[in-house]
Design a binder for this molecule. Sequence first.
Ligand code: SAM
Length: 250
Amino acid sequence: SGTLYVVATPIGNLQDMSPRALEVLRTVALIAAEDTRHSARLLQHFGVSTPTTACHDHNERDKSVRLVERMLAGEDMALISDAGTPLISDPGYHLVRQAREAGVRVCPIPGACALIAALSAAGLPSDRFAFEGFLPAKAHGRRQRLQALAVEPRTWMLYEAPHRLLECLEDMLDIFGPERQVVLARELTKTFETIKGAPIAELVEWVRADSDQQRGECVLIVEAMPAPEESEGLNPEAQRVLDILLSELP
Ligand code: SAM
């Protein structure tokens, strides 16, 4: 059967398009794109004339059935989204899943991904991390999620829409207190790229004071829950038991 290539595209700077991605896009039979009109501009820029078909949140399940049939019949296809890596807060999960279940080879063509780019420049611990995608749009749901994240022991990241950034930071200030370190990574790879890390109270003031910071695309990277203070010692009962055990040791 054919292969499904999952192809990352740039998140702003077109030079982040890899030669391998371009070669794949030129040679496959069909490109499944989140928004064919949006992708037309990218493909035209690189002189790729491969036909495209729409594969987005609203038609993906049904569409995938037909696309997988064509791959089983031998055609190679590529999946792209509007920007960055497909399936990362973007469509593609159903197509990849159905392809794999049908035994079609799925081959990733890695490239730009906003969360990884943000993490790589944030200067927060990155040995373990969690990605939260988008928080719920409504205030109540968002605050509930933030409350659960207050005790997250790993650095965590989320995508936020520019018009909700300030509200989201204000909720964080409310729930996490003023000291938690947060990094705002805006407009990555673009002309006005800004990466600003500060204790949350300071970051809120900074964003409030400069409406330019409330435009464009952004990722928030949040410091893990601070480790509990080294305790002064065991509680007295535990200490008593430990003393007994230690005295029994040879
Ligand atoms: N699939 C994409 C990826 O690999 O990063 C993410 C798609 S998601 C629908 C779009 C969100 O990603 C934006 O709201 C923003 O949070 C983030 N994002 C995308 N491009 C960005 C950029 N150049 N700078 C900062 N954040 C970006």
